[in-house]
Design a protein around this ligand. Structure first.
Ligand SMILES: [Zn+2]
Length: 479
């Protein structure tokens, strides 16, 4: 029997605000445990929550960027469950009146563009963190994260492969970074993902038993866990067995999922309206203001890079995935308008440098203006491509002025005919066998002689000129 895969994702994005969502505590990451707490986020009796306006505005911004409709009235609810890092024993979340619904996100798949529906986006508070001690007997709790604003973005079950889920997450992260509502750092837990997956006979409409997978801490882990589940569920169904509806944990070391608990239903949480917060009316004026402040989204920018700069879809995709990189690219073009050349260097040597040093483009010392200058030096024949490769890491690391550095390090290309002629003579004199071969018609020998000149000048000779001088000498004088 032939099955098809149905995947929906629930993504939690921590909003980057100076203070928590219902109190004035700070949200800095990595502070000493329990120093960013107060009676509200510790859930002490008598304390009352107040909604953080900045968090709410950022939440609306994110929902608009995902093409959602913004509700006129929204309410917060208590979601009850016990967990040691949840001091109130309930979480303030949103149940039946989330502030936004019905959005969509475009992803790029092999067949082209696919639209993934967004069921809803709601705002809630994060829980604290447990740290399990190495002795295996004790756990410590840190409430610094408790009450940090968290966006829950629920997709429709519109993805039909682990690859599509990966593409959705990549695009979602790019959108959140473009609108600057979150640092989206998965290592810090600013972006987390749970996946729902089921299989059904191909062509049928109903949904099979759904498995929720948790504990995946990278997009690659999400893809791997989903692939594991596709195989596991396929084998069960093909054998005529049933898939149990449950929550499973991804084991990143063993690369498999294990049962965690039976799948809970929403009535298990005993949702009821949060009595300490009023209903919120969302003014259309505020929504319009936030909407008008949205930047160009990654998908639009990608299209523009293709049409305006004549880049390939692939190159435009790589450059626009990271907003800072796309900004950098366009800033270089202001001073050096050769998109293909700039794209090649950025996607080649510069991205390789960033990946090797584990840095982002905003952390390097080379300004876009510097890169423009360096590329101009190459275009003007002052330096060769080979020397460009050599100086870029220095510029990236030390932020030197390319012109001054080339001069100081004596890297300017030698285009002086007299100087090169003398070197050409020396190389010819030192390699009689190659000269002989060339004259017998072996073109390859010329390359060897060019290499000899390059070696003598440590890569600085102007290659066209060397070729020309060598040929002149070899073709005319037969002595
Ligand atoms: Zn607090």
């Amino acid at each position: 029997m032939d099955f098809e895969t149905v995947i929906g994702l629930e993504v939690h994005v921590q909003l980057s605000t100076a203070s928590k969502v219902f109190c004035g505590c700070g949200t800095l990451f990595g502070e000493a445990a329990n120093t960013q707490t107060c009676p509200v986020c510790l859930g002490l009796p008598g304390s009352l929550p107040v909604l953080n306006k900045e968090a709410f505005r950022k939440a609306i911004k994110a929902a608009l960027a995902l093409n959602c409709e913004i509700a006129e009235i929204t309410k917060f609810d208590r979601k009850h469950y016990f967990y040691p890092d949840l001091p109130k024993n309930f979480q303030i979340s949103q149940f039946d009146m989330p502030f936004s619904r019905d959005g969509q996100l475009e992803i790029i798949i092999e067949e082209g563009i696919k639209r993934i529906g967004i069921t809803r986006v709601h705002l809630e508070e994060d829980a604290g963190k447990l740290m399990h001690m190495a002795d295996g007997d004790n756990s410590l709790v840190d409430f610094n994260r408790a009450g940090t604003p968290l966006l829950e973005i629920v997709s429709e079950p519109d993805m039909s492969s682990p690859e599509e889920a990966y593409a959705y997450l990549t695009e979602l992260k790019a959108v959140m970074e473009y609108i600057e509502v979150s640092d989206c750092d998965m290592e810090k837990g600013s972006l987390r993902c749970d996946a729902n997956i089921s299989l059904r006979p191909r062509g049928t409409a109903g949904l099979g038993a759904k498995v929720e997978i948790k504990n995946m801490n990278s997009f690659k882990a999400v893809r791997a866990a989903l692939q594991y589940e596709v195989n596991r569920q396929h084998d069960l169904l093909a054998d005529g067995k049933t898939v149990v509806q449950e929550t499973r944990l991804w084991d990143a070391d063993g690369l498999y999922t294990t049962p965690m608990r039976g799948k809970e239903e929403s009535h298990d949480y005993r949702y009821f309206p949060e009595p300490d917060l009023p209903l919120f009316e969302i003014s259309r004026q505020m929504v319009a203001d936030i909407r008008s402040g949205l930047p160009e989204m990654p998908a639009r920018r990608r299209e523009r890079f293709v049409s305006e700069y004549r880049l390939s879809e692939y190159d435009a995709g790589v450059l626009t995935q990271d907003k800072a990189l796309a900004d950098y690219f366009e800033e270089v073009l202001v001073d050096y308008n050769n998109p293909k050349m700039v794209a090649n260097w950025l996607m080649g040597d510069i991205l390789a440098y960033l990946s090797a040093t584990n840095m982002t483009i905003t952390e390097v010392k080379m300004t876009p203006q510097s890169l423009a200058k360096a590329l101009k030096l190459q275009e003007d024949g002052v330096i060769s491509g080979k020397i460009q490769k050599q100086i870029l890491p220095v510029l990236l690391k030390e932020g030197k002025d390319p012109e001054a550095y080339v001069k100081e390090a004596g890297l300017a290309q030698i285009s002086d005919e007299d100087e090169l002629s003398r070197i050409v003579e020396r190389v010819i004199a030192a390699n009689p066998a190659s000269v002989q071969s060339y004259r017998e018609g072996k073109e390859k020998a010329l390359g060897f002689l060019v290499g000899g000149v390059m070696k003598e000048t440590r890569g600085k000779a102007n290659p066209q000129l060397v070729n020309q001088l060598l040929k002149e000498r070899l073709d005319t004088s037969n002595t």
